[in-house]
Design a protein around this ligand. Structure first.
Ligand code: LIP
Length: 261
């Protein structure tokens, strides 16, 4: 696994440098709508995914790849899962909360994850069984167990997908019970923030596997928990509740009925 780790660390930093280059000229960047006008892709997303795919193809030509912009290719027990810019709206609007997210699965099990936030120069990294790191220092979820002393994040991808169902009932149920709710706009960084103890939890509906794959490895290796709103794994990534473990059940008890309502 170490050859994959070394390679992954290198290409994700190079990918971050490409994002930072595009960021110098945001006013001129080409933007297209995908499924809806809220669902956008920039030329930077496409260029970064292309770069990562080319590097992977050179190094591990037989491996399979799933990426946000180009879809899935290949059929192999190893699959790389790429979100070239997770938080594209933040990126386009000159906000710092975006990251490159790359995971590796082996026989459908997530084994490696890296999320790089280039504006902050923060590289979150985890290999299954070896703990989670932020810029090479170990990270751990928080030990907070009281909701009222917790800060949690959420997102509204359900609206971007034009789904009638809104996250607002869950938001309304959670907001009065916690110290604060944040909406940063990047699922992978939200998961890493839980892993690093900066947030106690994060929930969001109707996101995609490439948004969360790397963050899931990092969160689990930092001691966190991730389930769907029933407490199982079946509905992930349509339902994602990630936490430090200690506030999981009390938060789930607020979100689940509000979401099903
Ligand atoms: C984004 C997610 C975010 C969600 C956005 C979007 P993208 O991913 O990370 O949590 O609220 O709607 O799905 O599209 O920037 O890779």
């Amino acid at each position: 696994m170490s050859e994959y780790s070394t390679f992954l660390k290198k290409i994700i930093l190079d990918a971050g440098a490409i994002a930072m280059d595009y960021r110098k000229n945001l006013k001129k960047i080409r933007v297209e709508s995908k499924t809806t006008s809220k669902d956008i892709v920039t030329e930077a997303d496409k260029a970064i995914e292309r770069f990562i795919r080319e590097e992977l193809a050179r190094e591990f030509p037989e491996h399979a790849i799933t990426g946000e912009e180009e879809g899935s290719s290949g059929d192999h027990e190893y699959r790389w899962i790429i979100d070239p810019i997770d938080g594209t709206v933040c990126f386009l609007h000159d906000q710092p909360f975006f990251g490159i997210s790359i995971a590796l699965s082996h026989k459908d099990e997530l084994v490696l994850g890296a999320v790089y936030a280039p504006v902050f120069n923060e590289l979150f990294f985890a290999e299954k069984g070896k703990g989670a790191l932020l810029n090479d220092s170990p990270i751990r979820v928080s030990t907070e167990s009281e909701l009222i002393q917790s800060v949690v994040a959420t997102g509204f991808a359900c609206l971007r997908s034009n789904l009638a169902k809104n996250n607002l009932p869950a938001f309304n149920a959670v907001a009065p019970q916690v110290r604060g709710v944040r909406r940063f706009g990047s699922a992978s960084l939200d998961l890493c923030s839980v892993a690093a103890g900066r947030l106690e939890a994060y929930w969001e509906s109707n996101i995609n596997i490439y948004d969360i794959a790397a963050g899931v490895v990092i969160l689990r290796e930092a001691g966190g928990n991730i389930t769907d709103y029933n407490g199982g794994q079946e509905k992930i990534p349509d339902e994602v509740l990630a936490s430090n473990g200690r506030v999981h059940e009390s938060l789930r008890a607020l979100i689940e009925p509000a979401w099903r309502d």
